[in-house]
Design a protein around this ligand. Structure first.
Ligand code: PEP
Length: 256
């Protein structure tokens, strides 16, 4: 990991936990991280829990992200939730382009791009997820896929806006499968992402931007991943649902 950056570890609860367990989790996390400044940490609860969890974590060093937003700020979109709404309840971040949104809910790059721009317009920080499928990796197309997702997802995003974005590299074949990318494999793609940002924007911005790895991260592999020079932190799914395993991950990657 780049020396000057504190690692950023964020847990995606997906459609798991109950409100009672989420509240208990948030309180434990707040207490455990009190006064610890060697790490940045966050959680992504389901929409319906956000208000309660944000209340618990305000004035703490744990941020709260929504798992999704719609691209429009308001209107006739039954069942959807807007960037303004999650901002109002206290979220600072939002996941955009998670592979489950791309592949189960068929979200395409232009929809993802519209969501990113909407999030930025209300001062929410997007955690922009990219990643290749197994067949794409096996066909040697990983870099093409990642470049396309980046360029299309960031269309018309200015450099001063990109500073607010966190990128998460999540190979789809490693999400929820127990198959983690080898640290060197992940680092190679992170380096490619930084080069793409250098080409599209500039080198300093590419250096400063946070690029997280996600895909079957657990306490046993967290450190070797964040020890890689280009991996600035972790987006954790399954292992973020149990407080003990999430805390263990935070502890092993924390810088003091
Ligand atoms: C994720 O959902 O972003 C994720 C990385 O999941 P898991 O850690 O379970 O692979």
């Amino acid at each position: 990991m780049a020396m000057i950056k504190r690692p950023f570890v964020i847990g995606n609860w997906k459609m798991n936990l109950t409100l009672v367990r989420g509240i208990e989790f948030a309180k434990l996390l707040k207490d455990s991280l009190h006064g610890k400044d060697g790490i940045m940490c966050g959680v992504c609860p389901p929409f319906i829990f956000l208000k309660e969890i944000c209340k618990i974590l305000e004035d703490s060093n744990v941020c709260v992200a929504a798992q999704n937003i719609h691209s429009e700020k308001y209107g006739a979109y039954t069942g959807e939730v807007s960037a303004l709404m999650i901002k109002e309840v206290g979220c600072t971040h939002v996941l955009i382009g998670h592979s489950e949104r791309r592949h189960i809910f068929h979200e395409d790059d232009s929809f993802i791009n519209a969501k990113i721009k909407t999030a930025l317009s209300v001062n929410l920080k997007p955690i922009f997820c990219v990643g290749e499928m197994l067949d794409e990796r096996e066909a040697g197309r990983t870099k093409d896929v990642i470049r396309n997702q980046l360029v299309r997802g960031l269309r018309d995003v200015r450099a001063d806006q990109l500073k607010e974005i966190v990128i998460a590299y999540e190979p789809v074949w490693a999400i929820g499968t127990g198959k983690t990318a080898l640290p060197e494999q992940a680092d190679e793609v992170h380096s490619f992402i930084r080069n793409t940002i250098t080409n599209e924007y500039d080198k300093n911005l590419a250096k400063s931007i946070y690029i997280l790895y996600g895909g079957s991260v657990k306490p046993e592999n967290a450190k070797e991943l964040t020890d890689q020079s280009e991996i600035d932190g972790l987006l954790v799914g399954g292992a973020s649902i149990l407080f003990e395993s999430f805390l263990k991950i935070i502890e092993v990657v924390s810088k003091g």
